[in-house]
Design a protein around this ligand. Structure first.
Ligand SMILES: [Zn+2]
Length: 111
C-alpha cells in the first residue's frame, strides 16, 4: 500500500475543491485561529459553518471524506473499510481515494 501516493491524490483533490469553493481547508483555518485578526478583513463573519455552507453540498461531503481519509493515513488505518474493517480494493482506492467503505458494503448501502 503506497499511502503517500494516496495522500498526494487526496491533497490534490482537496486543493481543487478548496480552490473552487474559495475556502481554506478546515485544518489550516483551525491553525490560523490564533491570527483571526488578520482574517477579519476578508471575512465579515469568521464562521466556519458559514463558510462551509457556501460549498456545494457534494463538494462539502467529499471534502469531509478527504479530511477523514487524511486522518486515517496519519492513524495508519487508511484503506480499511469503515463498516466491515476489511481492506478496500486498491482499484477502488485509486478511483476514489477518499472512500470510507469497501465495494460490498457500498452495495449493501445502495440496496
Ligand atoms: Zn466493508
Amino acid at each position: 500500500m503506497d499511502e503517500n501516493h494516496f495522500k498526494d491524490a487526496l491533497l490534490r483533490k482537496r486543493g481543487e475543491l478548496v480552490g473552487s469553493g474559495g475556502i481554506k481547508p478546515l485544518q489550516a483555518s483551525m491553525e490560523n485561529n490564533t491570527r483571526q485578526g488578520d482574517m477579519a478583513d476578508q471575512a465579515s463573519g469568521n464562521n466556519e459553518v458559514h463558510i462551509q455552507l457556501k460549498l456545494k453540498a457534494t463538494d462539502a461531503k467529499i471534502l469531509q471524506a478527504i479530511e477523514e481519509a487524511l486522518w486515517r493515513i496519519e492513524k495508519g488505518s487508511y484503506g480499511l473499510c469503515r463498516d466491515c474493517g476489511e481492506p478496500i480494493a486498491q482499484a477502488r482506492l485509486n478511483a476514489i481515494p477518499w472512500t470510507r467503505v469497501c465495494i460490498s458494503c457500498k452495495e449493501k448501502q445502495n440496496s
